[in-house]
Ligand binder design. Structure first.
Ligand code: NAD
Length: 337
């Protein structure tokens, strides 16, 4: 099957080529993101393969249908960037990679916590400049602290296990509690209680209408003063402007982000020779207690291998049975998964 692979980076090509070593499919690697302006590049392909910042809205889907595209193969677990109802109406099947390496994201989450707490990002630069002063580097013991996990699916469960290993009390909020978490002593709480009791709040729920701006001014007012907030789920789960207000008045002690609500204009590109026009993002970077990574939590050998292999398996299953191995159904949105 001919597949137009949008948003191709060198690593996508490397891992997809390896997964497609038997040349099962004709992969056409395209650097541009999928959008209304680039959708014509899918001409001649029966499938398109996209990543998290490709724009797969109603208009793009209608154009894909007109071009004869029948499958949308997502190289991601999240599918909030796809209009699933429009895809269903257009007769375009959607497949995703439900679990590639929850460990990759969970471990990056903990890396953000440890770095922000012990300020190793600042210590690294100081020591290289011959500055061995400790002022400003004071951290706290994780042992005995309360970590609040919002969303205990595949990733949240692993974060719970790791933080339990540090000796933390782990509390969680999820409409569907995880028996694995309950078995290791995680206590499920209403969101307000989680926010008011946690020294660290970490977000692992999907972006849905219910979780959009879940962390807003009201939620921040409920949090412990000086708490750490981590988001490796999706940018818009946090109201960034509200979080900046929280950082300015000291309510938030530190902030670790791997995702940002307007990241599509920034992330995955080298903009080091450009002016960043986004003032909200630029303001975030001025805080010494904010650490931002550019959506790299998934970025491990194991995860990229699994993403590529599952993507090829989705395409092969669709070619064989008319259905991807891991289909996304429109009702998944309503269930918040
Ligand atoms: P998952 O589907 O296994 O788990 C999500 C959990 O969130 C489920 O248990 C669900 O019940 C829960 N949930 C749904 N609505 C909720 C709400 N309102 N409040 C609290 N919990 C709620 O997903 P996962 O594999 O653990 O991934 C979680 C999210 O992480 C994904 O949706 C994706 O957005 C994000 N992600 C980010 C990266 C990255 O590189 N930064 C990589 C993969 C996934």
């Amino acid at each position: 099957m001919r597949v137009a692979v949008f948003s191709t980076k060198p690593h996508d090509r490397r891992f997809l080529d390896a997964a497609n070593a038997e040349n099962l499919h004709d992969l056409v690697f395209l650097e541009p993101r999928l959008s209304e302006a680039t959708v014509a590049l899918a001409a001649g392909s029966e499938a398109v393969c996209v990543f998290v910042n490709d724009r797969v809205d109603r208009t793009v889907i209608a154009r894909l249908r007109d071009l004869g595209v029948r499958l949308l193969a997502l190289r991601s677990a999240g599918f909030n960037h796809v209009d699933l109802a429009a895809a269903e109406a257009a007769g375009i099947a959607v497949g995703r990679v439900p679990a590639y390496s929850p460990h990759a994201v969970a471990e990056h989450t903990v890396a953000l916590m440890l770095t922000l707490n012990r300020k190793t990002h600042r210590a690294y630069n100081r020591v290289r400049e011959g500055n061995f002063a400790l002022e400003g580097l004071l951290g706290f013991d994780l042992n005995g602290k309360t970590v609040g996990i919002v969303g205990t699916g595949l990733i949240g469960e692993i974060v719970a296990t790791i933080m339990t290993g540090f000796g933390c009390q782990v509390v969680a909020h999820d409409p569907v509690p995880s028996p694995r978490c309950e078995a290791i002593g995680v206590r499920y709480l209403p969101i307000g209680d989680l926010l008011s009791q946690s020294d660290i709040v970490t977000l692992h729920c999907p972006l849905t209408p219910a979780t959009h701006h879940l962390i807003d001014d009201h939620a921040l007012a409920t949090m412990k003063r000086g708490a750490m907030l981590i988001n490796t789920s999706r940018g818009a789960v946090i109201d960034t402007r509200a979080v900046i207000r929280g950082l300015k008045d000291g309510r938030i002690g530190s902030l670790g982000l791997d995702v940002y609500e307007e990241e599509a204009d920034l992330f995955f590109e080298d903009l080091s020779n450009h002016i960043i026009p986004d003032d909200v993002f630029a303001r975030l970077l001025t805080f010494p207690n904010v650490l931002v990574t550019g959506h790299q939590a998934f970025f491990t050998e194991e995860a990229l291998t699994a993403i590529a292999e599952t993507t090829i398996a989705n395409i092969s299953a669709f070619e064989r049975d008319g259905r991807p191995l891991h289909p996304v159904q429109p009702q998944a949105v309503r269930q918040g998964r």
